[in-house]
Design a binder for this molecule. Structure first.
Ligand SMILES: [Zn+2]
Length: 147
């Protein structure tokens, strides 16, 4: 059974792939979901090869960007940043049946928005696993609202 968090993630990916154009080639309905275990990105455009990540968040007000968003695993993220690699990000804000979509291009991202979290405690299911948060409090004006 998927968790609520996984369901929210799938919802966000579906909303973006079904309703939004590719940010590179501007074609409709070309964004396809990558397999769940695919590490660096969630969507690929099957026309131009554009790759993007999608993050979804439950919020009170879909018109207001939150200060932080839950990211993914810190290790691979840190490695990519050290290599200068960033991926475009679609941020889906959900409030019951309403949603909005914001977009942050790769060239507007830098190391300082990715904050490592404490590794999970030894009693956790995935003990030692370390995640990160996106701290977007200072770069909200870099986002473009798409929907
Ligand atoms: Zn495309």
């Amino acid at each position: 059974m998927p968790t609520d968090k996984q369901k929210l993630g799938v919802l966000g990916e579906n909303l973006v792939s079904k309703n939004l154009v590719c940010q590179k080639c501007k074609k409709k309905r070309t964004l396809k979901k990558l397999p769940i275990n695919f590490k660096c990105a969630d969507l690929i455009c099957d026309f131009c090869g554009f790759l993007a990540q999608v993050k979804s968040s439950n919020v009170k007000d879909i018109n207001k960007l939150p200060n932080s968003i839950l990211g993914a695993a810190w290790g691979p993220q840190e490695e990519r940043m050290n290599a200068g690699i960033y991926f475009p990000l679609y941020l889906v804000l959900v409030n019951e049946k309403k949603y909005s979509v914001f977009y942050l291009s790769a060239d507007l991202q830098s190391k300082d928005i990715f904050k490592a979290r404490k590794p999970l405690s030894s009693s956790a299911k995935r003990a030692g696993w370390q995640g990160f948060m996106y701290d977007i409090s200072k770069i909200k004006n870099h986002f473009v609202r798409l929907k």
